[in-house]
Design a protein around this ligand. Structure first.
Ligand code: C2E
Ligand code: CA
Ligand code: CA
Length: 706
């Protein structure tokens, strides 16, 4: 009997089944793993789109007749028998998932994707094999993570710590170095995200949100940070954070790498300290002073404010160093540095820029330069007072005094610290030169102009010898019978534009630039030549040459004199070399040796400007000296000054006892001559009274071939 409702029931059942299938399919699609349902004959009944993404399969595929590139290993050398594997699940009716790792190698890209196959049979209520369910898991993420870890461990040495976090920031792996550096256990790390670790244990100037942005934008960040270890100490570290993306540009991992750089930091700061601070006094050194000054200049210009720069130079430091030794000298400088620091305000810049050279820069930021200068003068007096004391150094009491050169800045063109220091240095030299009530000197433009003139002169002087501009004049030396004894050679510079320039002006410049070596040499040859000629007519004449200490101290000075002598054929007995007392100050031993050699050859030695220096006559008694030249400054005042008269008397008396000739210089009157000859008739007279210095030609006409 036909049931009229049968059709509609069937209809409904069909409907329900369709519905169920549809639901099932939807569920299939919702699952993010690949799902394939095979019939017992291994025809594909269902396959979701994820499975199609992972493998090149569709409903028409049959594993018995078609091959896909599945392998048992990453290198894709051992093929995976897909059909056999599915068949064995069917045959053995395996209902608990059977898993195997396989690699699918894409024939186009040759990229191997690791897949986890999980297969089982679905049985009907009666125990018949209904279907085979295969779930395909993409394992590339995990494989990458282990790969990354392996790479990291291989690539980085054990000193750097690494963690890997997943795309959500959860730490999934940390190496041993990281564990020990962070002071956290692997387990506690695995409960953290990298953000929570960064927030809690890392100190840096960036906020973590900002950092996150940088990483998301650039995929990479690195910089120096301070890391607090959970075991309570902190250390400096170089940290990098990288973000690893997958091929679809989704975040896959974060990798943090940290390296302990505390030792490098420490070494760096030590190097920096050494580069910027004076090792002896601990004060800023020249380099740092310049750095600070340049900042101050900039601020001054910007804010229209004025500050003062003072350069302090100790008076007798070289003497202390030379006589008491460097060790004591250094201790002395340390004491001075302490005294200076304590006399200044906290924010005043104090630096030692050279040996005994200190600088102070005020930071009063005065709006009015005149007030700034007044304040600077007051500060200079205060500093000089502080230093003008006895300092106890190595159980010695050393007195200190100093000079200060200073200026207020900014001034015109004063935008460079070096320029300011050049100027204060000129001012301090000036403070040393001129004896004033105040021992400081405020820089003025004329100082620079003087220097510029000097530089110009130096420049011109450089070519003076080649251009024959140096001329030798001669001034007669006359004995008691008004006969010519000899002459002193005095140089003149015949400047093409400026005319005759006095040696008092150019010799100091030549000495400073060491051009005196060239000039001195030239003069010596010239005088030796003339002396040779003139002594052929008057064999007893003696010609004096001024020798600069610079020349005398040259190692080959004597050799030089000898070769000049040989070249010109002059007899050394006709030559007197005039040396000043300063020659004997610095290196007595060598000076003595040189003088003995010159004496041995037959030259005469004179001590020039006698009485103006520091040496005593008794000292010269030990030297083979032939002549003493009494300085004009004593001669000037006789017979009016009793003191000078007494000095001259004792010089001549002592010289006589040692058979040393005396010459009175700068004699201008008969009265002076009479007075000198009353003391000693043998004293030679040199001065305008008898003859002014004149050129060689005139001298020859006047004295040699009259
Ligand atoms: P000095 O060696 O003391 O020379 C004597 C100076 O006194 C000379 O000055 C001379 O012209 C000057 N004089 C001589 N008699 C009188 C006088 O009666 N009244 C006055 N007012 N002055 C008198 P000058 O020629 O200007 O030389 C200055 C100095 O330059 C010399 O002083 C000497 O130290 C140096 N000098 C000159 N020529 C040379 C040289 O070729 N080499 C070196 N190294 N120095 C030289
Ligand atoms: Ca002289
Ligand atoms: Ca002289």
């Amino acid at each position: 009997m036909d049931d009229p409702n049968k059709d509609s029931r069937l209809e409904k059942t069909n409907q329900r089944l369709l519905e169920e299938t549809k639901n099932k399919l939807e569920i299939f699609e919702a699952i993010h793993d690949g799902i394939i349902v095979f019939s017992p004959r291994l025809n594909i009944q269902h396959i979701n789109s994820h499975a199609k993404k992972l493998l090149p399969l569709d409903e028409s595929f049959h594993p018995a007749s078609q091959q896909i590139r599945l392998f048992k290993n990453r290198k894709a050398t051992i093929s995976f028998k897909f059909f056999n594997w599915l068949n064995s699940i069917l045959e053995k009716r395996i209902s608990k998932p059977k898993e195997i790792m396989v690699w699918y190698s894409d024939p186009r890209t040759l990229k191997a994707t690791p897949l986890l196959f999980s297969g089982k049979v679905l049985l009907s209520k009666k125990g018949r094999v209904k279907q085979l369910l295969l779930v395909v898991y993409d394992r590339s993420i995990y494989s990458k993570a282990t790969e990354q870890k392996r790479l990291m461990q291989a690539a980085f040495n054990s000193f750097s710590g690494q963690v890997i976090a997943n795309e959500k920031g959860f730490i999934i792996e940390a190496n041993d170095s990281f564990i020990s550096m962070s002071g956290l256990s692997k387990n506690s790390l695995k409960e953290m995200t990298i953000m929570s670790w960064l927030e809690k244990y890392v100190k840096w100037d960036k906020d973590t949100q900002g950092l996150l942005k940088t990483i998301l934008e650039n995929r990479y960040w690195n910089g120096d940070v301070e890391i607090y270890s959970a075991s309570s100490h902190s250390f400096n570290a170089a940290m990098s954070i990288s973000m690893v993306l997958d091929s679809d540009h989704n975040v896959e991992f974060f990798i943090i790498n940290i390296q302990d750089i505390s030792e490098i930091k420490e070494a760096h700061s030590q190097i920096e300290h050494m580069a910027y601070y004076d090792g002896l006094t601990g004060l800023a050194n020249r380099k740092l002073a310049i750095k600070k000054l340049s900042k101050l200049i900039e601020e001054n210009i910007k804010n229209r404010q004025y500050n003062a720069l003072l350069q302090i130079n100790l008076d007798r430091f070289k003497a202390i160093n030379d006589s008491l030794g460097r060790f004591t000298g250094n201790r002395f400088l340390k004491r001075i540095a302490i005294a200076l620091r304590s006399s200044l305000r906290e924010d005043d810049i104090l630096a030692r820029i050279d040996g005994d050279e200190f600088i102070v820069a005020t930071q009063d930021n005065e709006a009015d330069p005149t007030i700034a200068l007044e304040k600077a003068k007051a500060l200079a007096i205060k500093i000089l007072d502080t230093l003008d004391h006895n300092f106890l150094v190595d159980s010695l009491t050393l007195h200190c005094s100093a000079r200060i050169g200073m200026l207020v800045f900014p001034n015109e063109n004063d935008d460079q610290p070096e320029k300011l220091l050049e100027k204060t240095s000129l001012a301090v030299n000036q403070a040393k030169k001129i004896a004033s009530k105040h021992r400081y000197y405020v820089y003025e433009k004329t100082l620079t102009e003087q220097v510029q003139r000097k530089r110009q002169m130096e420049n011109d002087l450089n070519h003076a010898c080649e251009r024959n501009e140096i001329e030798t004049f001669f001034q007669a030396q006359i004995d008691q019978h008004k006969n010519l004894y000899g002459a002193e050679a005095l140089s003149r510079w015949n400047h093409p534009k400026k005319g005759l320039i006095s040696p008092a002006e150019f010799i100091p410049v030549a000495e400073e630039s060491r051009l005196i070596l060239k000039i001195g040499n030239w003069v010596m040859v010239r005088v030796f030549e003339l002396a040779k000629q003139w002594t052929q007519i008057k064999p007893e004449l003696v010609f004096s040459i001024n020798i600069s200490p610079i020349q005398f101290h040259e190692a080959d000075f004597i050799d030089h004199v000898i070769s000049c002598m040989k070249e010109t054929g002059v007899n050394p007995k006709n030559i007197t070399l005039e040396l000043t007392e300063s020659v004997f100050i610095s290196d007595k031993e060598t000076a003595l040796e040189k003088i003995q050699r010159l004496d041995h050859i037959g030259f005469k030695i004179a001590i020039d400007d006698f009485g103006t220096g520091y040496s005593s006559l008794s000292y010269f008694q030990k030297l083979p000296i032939h002549e003493i030249k009494i300085d004009k400054s004593f001669v000037d005042k006789i017979p009016a000054s009793k003191e000078d008269t007494a000095i001259i008397e004792s010089i001549i008396y002592l010289a006589n006892t040692k058979n040393i000739k005396t010459v009175a210089e700068g004699v201008e009157t008969q009265k002076q001559i009479d007075f000198i000859h009353k003391i000693n008739s043998d004293t030679l007279i040199q001065g305008y009274f008898y003859s002014r210095p004149c050129d060689a030609e005139s001298f020859e006409q006047l004295f040699i071939k009259p």
